[in-house]
Design a protein around this ligand. Structure first.
Ligand code: SF4
Length: 362
């Protein structure tokens, strides 16, 4: 195979050509595939200068450091890793890769080059992509079919390859099944990803209509397959408390472990304390708090019920604990939130605490 010359042209000529391609891609609404070697600062600077609204692209064969990764992500690029991520001596690259949200990752071979560790020195080929997927299972703790689905969805979003998937009532992540029963919510959190994408981990969660109890149970299929079934979608499940209870009762009778992920507004939504109604059918409740004071809560979550909502969320958490439900308080690692105070509140209420990384869903 004939090798193309490297650095064929001055730096100024390369930069001018790069700008032309960026403009052309945006004019034609096509994605850019960028290969940057020893030019990270120049590439980022030029992209920032030339980027317009419809810009989309991927940093091909990523091998940069944490700073370059962050800059690429900030610009909105997808990050494509090759099988070099599987190399024995690629610990540094794996540490960088861990910081890439899987929702922005693509997998590629760079064939015929960079065969995975197992076939190092041989010709690379598409069939070997599975070894790169295995590496991502190790890095993320997700299941292999999660990695396949998410990265396929990412490629679709970047290249506009095929129509988006159908809306999902039930969707799998790892060995858990999540139930997406409404897209309505009584908060308008400033970090909510519903306003940015219809998809979570490659699943389309924008419902055409709210499913009935029968439709939800049908979507569950065989519940014995899962470690846990979780009421958690693109909306607040307790807005459909009757359906939550009906589905939970059916599944509980089959011995399934059930969890409710909620914004804690259930009492306000249903105009009565609801923890007692959840006891016995819901094993665990995860309540998103995301603030340590009412003022911050109102600013971050913009609750529909206005002032006083924060206190009612705290009351709901305490009630769940009193009812003997395993309760956890969750907070995103957002700047400005006093995580320690949130954790202290959880402890004082008898609840567990879990810090969630912003941008990581499911
Ligand atoms: S509570 Fe959840 S679904 Fe509702 S706005 Fe906030 S992040 Fe979005």
């Amino acid at each position: 195979m004939q090798q193309l010359p490297r650095n064929d042209g001055s730096k100024a000529e390369q930069a001018a050509a790069f700008r032309k391609f960026i403009r052309l891609a945006q004019e034609l609404d096509l994605p850019l595939i960028i290969h940057a070697r020893d030019a990270a600062d120049d590439v980022i600077r030029i992209l920032k200068e030339e980027r317009r609204e419809n810009f989309r692209g991927v940093m091909h064969c990523f091998s940069g450091d944490k700073k370059f990764l962050k800059e690429c992500l900030d610009i909105g690029l997808y990050i494509s890793f090759t099988c070099s991520l599987t190399f024995k001596n690629a610990d540094d690259l794996r540490e960088v890769a861990k910081l890439a949200p899987i929702e922005k990752v693509l997998l590629e071979t760079d064939a015929p080059y960079l065969a995975p560790q197992k076939f190092r020195g041989h010709r690379n080929e598409p069939a070997y992509l599975q070894y790169l997927a295995d590496q991502w299972v190790e890095l993320t703790g997700l299941a292999k079919n999660d990695i396949e689905r998410i990265t396929a969805h990412n490629a679709n979003a970047l290249f506009k390859l095929y129509p988006s998937g159908k809306p999902r009532i039930a969707y799998e992540i790892r060995n858990s099944l999540y139930l997406n029963i409404t897209n309505r919510c009584t908060n308008l959190c400033n970090f909510c990803i519903r306003t940015k994408t219809d998809f979570v981990k490659g699943h389309n969660l924008m419902l055409d209509k709210e499913p009935t109890v029968g439709e939800i149970l049908k979507a569950v299929g065989d519940p014995a397959k899962y470690d846990e079934i979780v009421f958690c979608g693109y909306g607040e499940p307790t807005m459909r408390l009757d359906e939550v209870k009906a589905v939970a009762k059916e599944l509980k009778a089959k011995g399934v472990k059930l969890r409710l992920v909620t914004n804690g507004h259930g009492d306000l939504i249903n105009s009565r304390p609801i923890a007692g109604e959840l006891a016995g059918i819901i094993d665990r409740v995860s309540v998103s708090l995301n603030a340590e004071t009412e003022e911050k809560y109102d600013k971050i979550c913009a609750p529909k019920f206005g002032p006083g909502s924060f206190r009612r969320v705290l009351d709901f958490i305490k009630d769940c604990v009193k009812q003997g439900i395993e309760t956890e308080v969750t907070c995103l690692d957002l700047e400005g939130i006093d995580i320690k105070k949130c954790e202290e509140f959880a402890g004082s209420a008898g609840a567990k605490f879990r810090l969630r990384r912003y941008g990581v869903t499911g």
